[in-house]
Design a protein around this ligand. Structure first.
Ligand code: E4P
Length: 211
């Protein structure tokens, strides 16, 4: 499974990239606002650190505005992926950009038919938000499984990018159902190589060795 980091924080991106297994980055308007920085400059900084896909999200809600914003964002770096919402205008913009060979990440996906439609429109990535479904008492993993089945049934090549990951168990479940990618907050990436028995086992080995 590919691993992206879900942040616009440069220190977090550098630390995750240092692990040597980071495949890409996702950002969103809330994450950029949290940093209090210029959007385009920050995207350029991120693309200097990570050579894989870096998603930059538009804030226009209608087709033409989305395309104009996308055209500006695409000038930043060759690994920019345009992030659009799973709305009717987002779908049309996805089709326009994908037909031009632009990589598109369709975000805010909460039901399987949105995923099917954006695959038909040629999206490079679809982002189902599993944590936000869990937050309201639903089953986010069920959505990931449904999209996997639909994509496999018809050979859609859009990659499933599981998003809104809250904890390591989400990642285990995503890997088990065949999510292509997961985008993960730094806090959860930091937990991925941790187990208390690894730490206590290593301490015991070193203590025995030193005796
Ligand atoms: C994905 O691209 C989104 O930025 C992100 O995963 C949203 O997660 P949240 O529900 O924790 O805000």
């Amino acid at each position: 499974m590919e691993l992206y980091i879900d942040t616009a924080n440069i220190d977090e991106i550098r630390n995750a990239a240092d692990l040597g297994v980071l495949d890409g980055v996702t950002t969103n308007p809330s994450l950029i606002a949290r940093e209090g920085v210029d959007f385009h400059s920050r995207m350029a900084e991120i693309c200097d650190i990570v050579s894989g896909p870096v998603s930059a999200e538009v804030v226009s809600v209608e087709h033409d505005g989305m395309i104009s914003e996308a055209d500006e964002l695409l000038k930043i770096a060759s690994n920019i992926v345009i992030k659009l919402p799973c709305t009717v205008d987002g779908l049309k913009a996805c089709k326009t950009l994908s037909d031009r060979g632009v990589k598109v990440n369709m975000t805010l996906c909460f039901q399987p038919l949105q995923a099917m439609m954006v695959a038909k429109a040629g999206a490079f990535l679809v982002s189902p938000f599993l944590g936000r479904i869990d937050d309201i008492g639903g089953d986010g993993m069920e959505l990931i499984q449904q999209i996997r089945t639909i994509y496999d049934n018809y050979g859609y090549t859009t990659k499933i990018l599981s998003a809104s990951i809250r904890h390591p168990l989400h990642l285990v479940q995503c890997a088990l159902v065949g999510s292509d990618v997961a985008t993960v907050p730094y806090k959860v990436i930091s937990q991925m190589m941790k187990h208390p028995l690894t730490d206590s086992g290593l301490a015991a080995f070193l203590a025995d060795w030193n005796k």
